[in-house]
Design a protein around this ligand. Structure first.
Ligand SMILES: O=C(O)c1cc(C(=O)O)c2c(n1)C(=O)C(=O)c1cc(C(=O)O)[nH]c1-2
Ligand SMILES: [Ca+2]
Length: 560
């Protein structure tokens, strides 16, 4: 029978130079581009795209994992500790792995952002803090290792792991529970723990002096947040990892005075020992839950007429950053502009990028502040995409929303919200008569200008973007359940398809027997759904988007 056949082991070389026909990691390549070099599906023919197969995942809640593809083997992680393996061509189920949820387990974000591949194994982190290695052909558990302790640390894992040089690297979430962020590396073969790197430096480490002991909490650094809850990127040539660091805990910054390195920063890290080589902090003393968890994309852009190696990132704080990256991992500020309305930053130091604050808009203990964008930011966790052909960065964004918060003192009790604001009073405010909230922006990375913009009058956008060598972008993310294709150069809408639920998983692309496929998982939930409920009250939107996960695979019809 026409089965999936042999499994082709994943090597460092394959991850460093991924074949166009596969999608071996979350963002498609180590540079974090979410780009496929496949070009069979084009602006000319995309209107003919139609579903080839689909499959229910059997789960509700937010599906945030892409379809990861190695030849005829496709892997989709879902909420509640499940991994599904399909024949990517036929959709036939190959295996299904489920790890039982521990009794009494709860987490703020019940989701999973996907698997990683290396050798003959599939790696997935379960939400209850365990990293699993599964046999890629059978789904059998090969080893598991503890990353964190959900009961004592209030940590949980939603991130996809990143594999670099035979090490599986992942970090937990828990920035609203006082978790001090870290990533841990494990031997991909054995599961042996290799190194741990904390985002907040301890006593004696560089940067620790940015946590003076004169605030509300004497040892604020110990519970200061900075979770590293999204997979990083990797500069293969210079052997440097780039990883994003999340928000401060608790949210009101006056309870932990100082700049608070390395909260809301990007770190460069040596993959061999986990040592921090460089950093850039987007904003100091974070007081807005403007986490910087997304690692910037590794891009070459023009500067003074020359191409330089840089980093580009649309940050939750509403600014779009161009950073320089050196061979040794040093990161320096180059340029930043707001891509959505921000009422907090009065100006940025042109040399360092350090912002000056409008103090009225800074949340404090016993102090109410209204700030824009709201905590969900100009862009939350979903992935931007970079297309080397168009030299454009595609940003899924949300604008015209603000937030009013009052800081409180909330002691840390395991398993309890301790973000220093009342969770029932997260007062999200869409602007009066807002013309739109969600949308997509395309920016030229060289002249640093917006090229086109699409906007959604009736929805937020919680959708990661895939861009292609066929000059397309694919994106879902809206509450009308649509999956859309746009012309990457002009922003013209070329195709749309309604899926059973809303799409918050990153699209991916692969090729089998000379045919290009686009895969995406439908399944609304988590914060997108929470916001939908809040918008129902103030803008009359539907209360919720129907939930239920399903995998969708699209292709062009066969030539007659
Ligand atoms: O601080 C953290 O550790 C943490 C973790 C997560 C997560 O793991 O999903 C989110 C957030 N923060 C967060 O601030 C946030 O807006 C958010 C949205 C989502 C989602 O899946 O829609 N997760 C998270
Ligand atoms: Ca957070």
């Amino acid at each position: 029978a026409d089965g999936p056949g042999e499994y082709k082991p994943v090597t460092d070389e394959r991850l460093a130079n991924p074949e166009p026909e596969n999608w071996l990691m979350t963002k498609g390549n180590y540079a974090g581009w979410s780009y496929t070099p496949l070009e069979q599906i084009t602006t000319e023919n995309v209107s003919k795209l139609r579903p080839v197969w689909s499959a229910a995942t059997g789960k509700d809640k937010g599906h945030e994992a892409p379809a990861i593809v190695n030849g005829r083997y496709m892997y989709v992680a879902t909420p509640e500790n499940q991994v599904l393996a399909f024949d990517s061509k036929t959709g036939r189920t190959l295996w299904r792995y489920t790890r039982e949820m521990p009794e009494g387990f709860g987490a703020l974000h019940m989701t999973n952002r996907g698997v990683a591949l290396w050798g003959d194994k599939v790696y997935v982190a379960s939400i209850d803090c365990m990293l699993q290695a599964l046999d890629a052909k059978t789904g059998e558990l090969v080893w598991e290792s503890e990353v964190c302790d959900w009961q004592t640390e209030s940590a949980y894992i939603t991130s996809a792991p990143l594999v670099v040089k035979g090490q599986v690297i992942v970090g937990p979430s828990g920035g609203e529970f006082g978790v001090r962020g870290f990533i841990k590396a494990f031997d991909a073969e054995t599961g042996k723990e290799l190194w741990t790197t904390y985002s907040v430096p301890g006593p004696g480490e560089p940067g620790h002096d940015t946590w003076p002991q004169d605030g509300k909490w004497k040892d604020a650094w110990k519970d200061g947040g900075g979770t590293m809850w999204m997979p990083g990127n990797y500069d293969v040539k210079n052997d440097v990892i780039y990883w994003g660091v999340g928000n401060g805990a608790p949210w009101p910054g006056d309870q932990r005075p100082g700049d608070n390195l390395y909260l809301t920063s990007v770190l460069s890290i040596n993959p061999d020992d986990g040592k921090i080589a460089g950093h850039f902090q987007y904003h100091w003393n974070d007081s807005w839950d403007w986490a910087a968890m997304n690692a910037p994309s590794l891009v070459e852009f023009e500067k003074d007429g020359k191409k330089v190696s840089g980093l580009i990132s649309a940050q939750r704080n509403g600014y779009l950053y161009w950073l320089d990256r050196a061979e040794d991992g040093e990161i320096t500020f180059d340029h930043a502009v707001p891509y959505v309305h921000n009422n907090v930053f009065e100006k940025l130091d042109p040399k360092t990028g350090r912002p000056t604050y409008n103090e009225e808009a800074k949340v404090g203990t016993g102090k109410t502040a209204t700030y824009c964008p709201s905590l969900w930011g100009g862009k939350d966790w979903f992935y931007q995409a970079y297309n080397p052909k168009t030299q454009m960065l595609y940003i899924p964004f949300n604008d015209n929303h603000c937030m009013t918060l009052t800081g409180l003192v909330q002691p840390i009790i395991p398993g309890q919200w301790s973000a220093g604001v009342d969770i029932n009073k997260l007062d999200l405010k869409a602007d009066k008569d807002f013309p739109y909230i969600g949308g997509v922006q395309a920016w030229n990375v060289n002249d640093r200008k917006e090229v086109w913009k699409e906007t959604y009058a009736g929805s937020w956008n919680f959708g990661s973007i895939l861009t292609t060598a066929g000059d397309l972008i694919f994106v879902g993310g809206t509450n009308d359940r649509m999956f859309r294709a746009y012309d990457a150069k002009s922003g013209d809408l070329l195709w749309e398809f309604p899926t059973p639920s809303g799409i918050i998983s990153p699209p991916s692309s692969f090729e089998i027997d000379g045919k290009q496929y686009i895969a995406v998982v439908s399944g609304y939930g988590v914060d997108a759904q929470w916001i939908q409920g809040k918008m129902a009250k103030q803008a009359g939107w539907e209360e919720s988007v129907p939930e239920g996960g399903s995998v969708w695979v699209f292709a062009l019809p066969d030539e007659k």
